[in-house]
Ligand binder design. Structure first.
Ligand SMILES: [Zn+2]
Length: 149
């Protein structure tokens, strides 16, 4: 296997955030793997997410979690560091829910082939289009269902 490109790793990382946001009904306005004008990012409907501290942390942890599932040999990214800082910031107000708890929730969902399929479909679209808006994201994820499920 050849080394994955930076874009490829970014696409899976961002798709991880988006698919788990979708799973927990947190709207995503936009996702991009472009480095400019914004550095690889997922925009959420923030007002809603801020009151759901645990869901917010599961979604924050999902980027690096998914990235490491698909590319275990790739080092932690800059984006992953930002995610960890945000995770710790929210945790100050609710310390009972830590990273390993977030990861066990993610692990459980990752066993579902439908979730993995959605991540794969979305990251391929993201690699192709580089930026996806909320409507496009919803259309892709709603359509990504396994034939025999
Ligand atoms: Zn991230």
């Amino acid at each position: 296997m050849t080394d994955p490109s930076y874009d490829e790793v970014s696409a899976y990382h961002e798709a991880g955030h988006v698919v788990f946001a979708y799973l927990f009904n947190i709207p995503v306005k936009c996702v991009t793997i472009k480095k400019t004008p914004c550095f690889r990012y997922t925009y959420y409907g923030m007002l809603k997410i801020i009151f759901k501290k645990r869901v917010a942390r599961i979604i924050l942890a999902a980027g690096l979690f998914v990235q490491q599932k698909y590319f275990p040999l790739v080092n932690d990214s800059r984006d992953g560091q930002t995610d960890k800082k945000r995770f710790d910031l929210i945790s100050k107000r609710d310390p009972a829910f830590n990273l390993s708890e977030a990861k066990s929730v993610l692990d459980k969902h990752f066993e579902d082939p439908v979730i993995r399929y959605k991540i794969e479909i979305l990251s391929h679209e993201l690699l192709k289009e580089r930026t996806l808006n909320g409507d496009k994201i919803k259309k892709i994820l709603d359509a990504a269902v396994l034939q025999n499920s």
